[in-house]
Every structure is written in structure tokens, then in C-alpha cells.
Design a protein around this ligand. Structure first.
Ligand code: DC
Length: 235
């Protein structure tokens, strides 16, 4: 595989559909870089919250946030256990960006055109040399329309909310299923109806409903799609 041309793998789909689990496992296995674009939107949201750019009722000061975008540096730091943490201006904000407070504020921030333009450019820079697995909402449609492999993941909202509750509880966060389900549904709605880069399946994406698959099954499924795409890219 070392001499073969590296490809771009774009994994898009609804909130908590298991994109990052799948993307991370594949990247580790094939030695590609993994970029979690949701974490980037979350980091910008945390910046806006800390700087008082979001009112208590959730209205974002889009003009001021746009003006201050150059102050935001986002990077990823590999941990000794192999996981990746998100850094906002050098500070490890991994746990803060996964909490409900940021989850409840991220959709309006990610609907701002200037924020999307800025983050899409950063994401494209990460993929300049290919050899990358990137997950998000618009990777196959906007960030890398030329990705050699595009996956679109979906599963019913109830199933995704259950997974998210387990994930948050495992991290010690107390959340109710109803609260998480409401958040998942509201993000689905905003993600699909926003004007700028709405969530939609690229025409050439391979769809997968993973609700009745185990993680090893979905990993094997993705590995097989990767092998096919790599062969095609190198033929
Ligand atoms: O994948 P996630 O749940 O961590 O993403 C957080 C939010 O960021 C999600 O509500 C939608 C937004 N997002 C986006 O608009 N475009 C992306 N490429 C990734 C995430």
C-alpha cells in the first residue's frame, strides 16, 4: 500500500450516527490522518460562548464572530492512548466541546456563512496531501467533492440518541434521554434546512444505515469499501 496513491475518505451523516467511531477506526487501521470537522464547529462555538457572542437565549452575534475569526486557531493533539484531542488556541478543550452546553449552541454557529467558509478552507488545507479520513456534514459535497470514497451514514433519531446518552454517561455527564433526543432532532432539522451547505447526501456517496450493525461489522464494511476505492484510484 505504501507505493499506492493515497485517497480522501469523506464520511458524512446525521448527528451521532457513528461517523467518528467509524472514521477513527479506519484512519488508525490504514495509517491515514483523521479530522473531526464537528469538533472544529464545536471549538468555534466554545470561543463564541466564552467571548459573550451568544446571548442567553441563543442568538449569535454573527458580525462580531466573523470579525474575530482570525483570532481562532484550531489544532488536534494526539494523546498517548492514540485518541485525538481538540485544541482551541493551544488549550485542550476536548471535554468541554462535547458537553450539552456546546451541543445546544453549535447549530446556529455552524449555520453562519463566514464560519463555514473559514472552516472549510482549513479543512481543505488538511487534505491537500490526501491520505485523510474526514467526517462531518458537507465533506463529500463541499469540502472534498472529489473525494475518492464518500460514505453517508444514517440511523433513526431514537437509535442515535440512545448511543449519545451512553457515550455521555460513560464520560460521567448526567443527561436524560429526552433531552438528548430533542437535541439530536433539532440539530437534524437545522443541519438539513440551513442555507449554507445543508446536510445532504452527495450523489456519488454510498449510503449506510448502521442501526443494526455492530461496530466490528461496520468497520469491516468500511474497510471493504476503502479497498475497492483504493484499487479504483490506483488502476
Ligand atoms: O459531528 P458533531 O455532532 O460533533 O457536529 C457538531 C455540529 O457541527 C453539528 O450540529 C453540525 C455542525 N457541523 C457542520 O455543520 N458541518 C460539519 N462538517 C461538521 C459539523
Amino acid at each position: 500500500m505504501t507505493d499506492s496513491k493515497k485517497i480522501i475518505i469523506a464520511i458524512d451523516g446525521f448527528s451521532s450516527s457513528g461517523k467518528s467511531t467509524m472514521a477513527k477506526a479506519l484512519a488508525r487501521r490504514i495509517g491515514y490522518r483523521y479530522v473531526d470537522t464537528g469538533a472544529m464547529y464545536r471549538a468555534v462555538t466554545l470561543f463564541a460562548m466564552r467571548e459573550g457572542l451568544i446571548s442567553p437565549d441563543g442568538v449569535v452575534d454573527a458580525g462580531e464572530l466573523e470579525r474575530r475569526l482570525p483570532e481562532i486557531a484550531i489544532s488536534f493533539a494526539l494523546q498517548p492512548d492514540g485518541t485525538q484531542h481538540t485544541l482551541l488556541n493551544g488549550e485542550d478543550v476536548e471535554s468541554e466541546i462535547r458537553g450539552m452546553e456546546v451541543s445546544n449552541r453549535v447549530s446556529p454557529v455552524s449555520a453562519i456563512a463566514a464560519v463555514r467558509r473559514d472552516l472549510v478552507a482549513k479543512q481543505q488545507a488538511f487534505g491537500r496531501e490526501r491520505g485523510i479520513v474526514m467526517d462531518g456534514r458537507d465533506i463529500g459535497t463541499t469540502v472534498f467533492p472529489d473525494a475518492e470514497l464518500k460514505i453517508f451514514l444514517d440511523a433513526p433519531a431514537e437509535c442515535r440518541a440512545e448511543r449519545r446518552v451512553k457515550e455521555l454517561q460513560a464520560k460521567g455527564q448526567q443527561v436524560s434521554y429526552d433531552e438528548v433526543l430533542a437535541n439530536v432532532k433539532s440539530r437534524d432539522h437545522i443541519d438539513q434546512t440551513r442555507e449554507e451547505s445543508p446536510l445532504r447526501r452527495a450523489e456519488d456517496a454510498i449510503g449506510l444505515d448502521n442501526s443494526s450493525m455492530t461496530i466490528p461489522q461496520q468497520d469491516e464494511w468500511l474497510m471493504a469499501r476503502f479497498a475497492e476505492a483504493l484499487e479504483k484510484a490506483n488502476s
